[in-house]
Design a binder for this molecule. Structure first.
Ligand code: LLP
Length: 410
């Protein structure tokens, strides 16, 4: 987002014009930012053969998926529908990982039939795979390394109480299932959390995974998951991916010497690729003074961007209608009949009724976690490519809300 002559632009497009053209609220995504992030990560891991699989749960619009395919990425999916969206976006099935948790074996079988690469995270499922397919379907196994990583406990997934992965203490059991059925264990995987800033923690997990890998001669790759942190606040910290990349390359090359064979590595970034590329634009309906604060009430809420309420996540907010207004504290709140505060007493340029606010870092887990609560339709999505804004999802309507309801004649 750039400020020139009193107007904010995103990807070269005037942001207020976006609201005039597509209505409010609206999610907008900038292709150039996604590409910048992809290239930076790709360069950071240049010291080792690698694949970048976009964890598409962050944002699955097929246009975003096909853009990521065009710039060279693969996909990580967690449901059959994500897998189907990936295929629709033109990914080859063998460029799509299927990393489910607590799904039925029939879902796994459907993913196999579609040709996706399997990543399984429980022993009963590995048994079923062996019983049904012997060693004919290569499989990656998700290990839980028992480390606490990531921004907070809600988004940490590799600790001892986490439902994800097979415990690092159960590697013997994995070996037994492999021997029993001749399983082709092609890779080991970990994903320990989101917003991991500390490269030491990341490497600690990687070390555990590499050591577990010594029990499996069949391995061709290690998948170190996603979780790279991007800045959310001005001057916020972020994962130093360059440092991580060079330290990880050293670790992996040492391990290759130890194993006597080479392997490649995979990463599954979600936020890193799309968080900063997205903005949610919303209009101020009401400015209201209370004894406690000044509320700016907007035409969106926890139904469209739940991260501040669900994770206490900070999302920076810019009043794009009044770039040079006098700065004073505002509390920004949604229109949902719940307490859906986006910010409390935050210093912002003077807010007037009708102004448009931009919520930053809305590309990842924004619209994907949106709902129809209070029977509000979900916003439109717009994708900016080469200086041009394209509508990539229309705003929902009352008819969309009624579409799945069955009206009884009783
Ligand atoms: N790989 C696996 C297996 C995952 O479960 C996830 C995220 C990722 C990769 C990508 O993680 P990322 O690079 O985006 O941090 N809704 C939460 C984040 C939950 C992440 C779930 N899994 C949020 O809005 O912060």
């Amino acid at each position: 987002m750039t400020l020139t002559d009193n107007r904010f632009t995103l990807g070269g497009v005037d942001m207020l014009r976006l609201v005039e053209e597509f209505g409010s609220p609206v999610y907008v995504y900038d292709a150039a930012t996604i590409e910048r992030q992809y290239k930076r990560l790709d360069a950071a891991f240049a010291g080792i053969e690698h694949e970048i699989k976009y964890a598409c749960k962050a944002l699955t619009n097929v246009n975003i998926l096909s853009f990521i395919r065009r710039i060279g990425g693969g996909l990580d999916t967690v449901s059959l529908n994500e897998l189907h969206l990936g295929l629709k976006a033109g990914f080859e099935p063998n460029n799509i990982f299927y990393t489910p948790n607590n799904v039925s074996f029939s879902e796994v079988q459907e993913a196999i039939a579609l040709g996706a690469r399997l990543n399984l995270d429980n022993l009963p499922m590995l048994e079923k795979l062996g019983q049904t397919y012997g060693g004919s379907v290569p499989v990656c196994v998700r290990i839980n390394p028992h480390i606490m990583a990531g921004g907070n406990e809600k988004i940490s997934t590799g600790h001892i109480n986490s439902k994800f992965g097979i415990s690092m203490t159960q590697v013997d059991a994995i070996v037994r299932v492999q021997e029993k059925y001749g399983l082709d264990i092609a890779g080991l995987h970990m994903h320990t959390g989101s917003e991991i800033v500390d490269t030491d923690i990341f490497l600690q997990g990687a070390q555990i995974l590499l050591e577990a890998g010594r029990r499996f001669k069949t391995l061709r790759f290690f998948d170190f998951g996603g979780g790279f942190k991007v800045p959310y606040k001005p001057d916020d910290n972020e994962t130093n991916v360059e440092e991580l990349g060079s330290r990880l390359a050293v670790l992996c090359h040492e391990e290759m010497k130890h194993r006597g064979n080479s392997f490649y590595v995979c990463f599954e970034p979600g936020k890193y690729l799309v968080s900063e590329a997205g903005m949610l634009l919303a209009r101020v309906n009401v400015v209201k003074q209370t004894p406690a604060t000044t509320f700016a009430g907007v035409d969106t809420g926890l139904n469209h961007l739940i991260r501040p309420m669900f994770y206490k996540a900070y999302h920076h907010i810019t009043n794009i209608s009044n770039p040079h207004g006098a700065v004073r504290p505002y509390s920004v709140a949604g229109y949902i009949c719940e307490t859906d505060n986006f910010a409390w007493d935050r210093e912002m340029a003077e807010i007037r009724e009708g102004d448009v606010l931009a919520f930053h870092n809305a590309g990842a887990y924004g619209i994907m976690m949106a709902s129809n609560y209070n029977s509000r339709p979900r916003p439109a999505e717009v994708f900016i490519v080469n200086g041009k804004a394209h509508l990539i999802r229309r705003r929902e309507t009352l008819d969309d809300l009624l579409r799945t309801q069955i009206l009884l004649d009783i």
